[in-house]
Structure formats: C-alpha cells, structure tokens
Design a protein around this ligand. Sequence first.
Ligand SMILES: *[C@@H]1O[C@H](CO)[C@@H](O)[C@H](O)[C@H]1NC(C)=O
Ligand SMILES: *[C@@H]1O[C@H](CO)[C@@H](O)[C@H](O)[C@H]1NC(C)=O
Ligand SMILES: *[C@@H]1O[C@H](CO)[C@@H](O)[C@H](O)[C@H]1NC(C)=O
Length: 337
Amino acid sequence: MPWISSAKEGRKRATSSWFNMASLSPLLVAVLCLLLALTGRLRAESCIAVYWGQNGYEKGLREACATGNYEYVLIAFLNQFGGGQIPQMNLAGHCVPSSGTCTFLSNDIRSCQENYNVKVMLSLGGGIGNYTLTSKDDAKEVATYIWNNFLGGSSFNRPLGNAVLDGVDLDIEGGGTDHYDDLVRYLKAYSTAEKKVYLSAAPQCVFPDAHLQPAIDTGLLDYVWVQFYNNWVCQYDPADPSRFKEAWRKWSVINASEVFLGLPASPAAAGSGFIDIGNLTRIVLPFVKKSEKYGGMMLWSRYDDWISGYSNLAKDYVCPDRRLYSISPTLVASSSV
Ligand SMILES: *[C@@H]1O[C@H](CO)[C@@H](O)[C@H](O)[C@H]1NC(C)=O
Ligand SMILES: *[C@@H]1O[C@H](CO)[C@@H](O)[C@H](O)[C@H]1NC(C)=O
Ligand SMILES: *[C@@H]1O[C@H](CO)[C@@H](O)[C@H](O)[C@H]1NC(C)=O
C-alpha cells in the first residue's frame, strides 16, 4: 500500500519518531486514523503525573485514572518509615491503611493499570510525617518492607491489598537527608526485565535538592518531577521568567530518563507557582519542550485538578513533541492486515 512506503521515507526524515504523520497527505492520515480507531487502539496519549490520596473529597483512584488525563498516579503518602518505626501510610479521608480499610484499592489499582494504562506508584514522604533513614541497613529494611507490602513480594497485611504497584516515588521534604541513594539502589535491585520497578522523585525546584540530590545522582530514577511551586527562587514568574529558566536548564540535564514540570493544579493548591492555562500553553510548555529529557507535567494534586479542570485544559499541549506523531510499529502492522 502506498502509505507504507511514505512511512519508510518518514522514518528516514524523522529523528526520534519511527513514523512521521506530517509527511503523509491528509487523506492518508485520515485513513490511517480510521483504521487505528477501528482496531480500538488509537488512544490519545497522556503525559501527566498526579498525586492522589491527600484529600478525602477528591473521589476515587479509579475515577482519576478513568479521566484519561494521567499517565502516572502517585499514591500519597507512606509518611512514616525508617529509624525502626512501623511504616505507616496516610490517605487522609479515603480510608485507614493501618486498620486494613484500604485494601479495596487493589481493584482500583488493577483497573488503572489494565484498563487505563496508568502507572500507579507509592509515594514516600510528603510535607507532614515521621520519616528518616538512619543507616544503610535501615534503608535496606525499608526497601524490603516496600517490596513485600506494595510491590512483588508478599505479606499478610498489605495496606493496599494484593495489587502490585508499578514503582516508588520519593517526595522527601523533611527528616534526615541521608541514605535515600541507598534506598534507591535497594529498590532498583528488585527490578527485573519482566517486571520493572519504576522509580521517581519530586525535588524542590532549587538545584541541587536539599534532600534528594544523592538519590537523583544515582542515575537510577526513571522520572523526576520538579516542584516549581512554593518557591520564589525558581518557580515561574511571568514578570521575570529568568530564574525559572535557569532552574529548568539545570534540572533538564540531570542523569534521569525523563524530567517533568511540576505545578499546582489550581491557585489554591499551593502557596504560589500556579501558571494560568494561557501562559502555560503559550510560553512555559514551548520552552520546557525544547529539552530532550522533558517528559510531561506533574500536578499537585488530584483534588485540585478535579476542582479546577486544569489537566482537561492542558492535556493536549503537554506531551513532548517527539511523542505527538509517533505511532508504535505494532499499531501500523495490525491495521495494515
Ligand atoms: C510522629 O511520631 C510521634 C511519636 O510517635 C507522634 O506523636 C506524632 O503524632 C507523629 N506525627 C505524625 C505526623 O504522624
Ligand atoms: C548515569 O547513571 C548511570 C547509572 O548509575 C551511570 O551508569 C551513568 O554513567 C551515569 N551517567 C552520567 C553521565 O553520569
Ligand atoms: C502571562 O504572562 C504575561 C507576560 O508574558 C504577564 O504579563 C501576564 O500577567 C501573565 N498572565 C497571568 C494571568 O499571570
């Protein structure tokens, strides 16, 4: 078929995408889209991560995934661990993990993963909690606990039931600063080719981060969502974007697979740093998208996003340009039969 050969030319021209729709005529693009839609595999990509768990009124986990707006949902938080403490989650008004009332979330987690292609991760830390790592052995113990209670291991009282989460996020904002690099190495050691353990971190936008830099410098993190809020030194300021740009330039070249723009999902979601949708799409996204490691946007939080509708407005502009016109070879192959 003629569009197959155009696709081959497209491959030569495109640097990072296998297939470049822009090189095809509009009619062929329409036919291709129709074929893909008929096979039920055309799905708008999402490139947004969101924190869920810290507001009982934000609705369910499955409902968050069903919006189709998110690629990652970070369950917040495991906010007590380390130093010999019994690890404990806090999920605000949703349920009480230590009493076993959160195991129903396993169905939501599996639905997010299987029906909506969302990666669901456990987030450690947060603004309020009792957490610290006192030694390398302590880090190892916490890693073992997380493996057995949230990942592929087993235990009799997994707080979220038997669903296997996709990975672990570090939002370390207090406690000691040591041994998070050890924790990252121990967690990564559980990752296998069949079942990857994804790792991410949410540093403050001041570079380097006061708590997470050693963990980031391991080079083992898949995603780093930088919090460009609550911080006048580096958040976006329309009157003077230079400090934001300078901070982004530093973050955008760290040794991690992808770097995300972390923002409040509404003016009320954080003390400062909210960017209105017009300036986000006209100014800020075009700037950050120039970075090779730009992966998308992180939002605090699901509650605020649900109220404001920010991700609804932003989602079509967020994905890196390299992903806009890329279609995986299997999709093209399946629709050509
Ligand atoms: C931290 O631990 C102390 C002592 O166990 C406790 O009194 C306090 O409520 C805990 N704080 C949080 C935020 O969980
Ligand atoms: C990034 O981290 C990986 C994994 O630790 C390491 O192999 C690689 O050398 C690092 N790259 C740079 C440029 O530091
Ligand atoms: C958007 O950015 C412009 C500067 O480029 C600024 O003057 C304006 O106040 C910003 N809008 C909002 C709502 O912050």
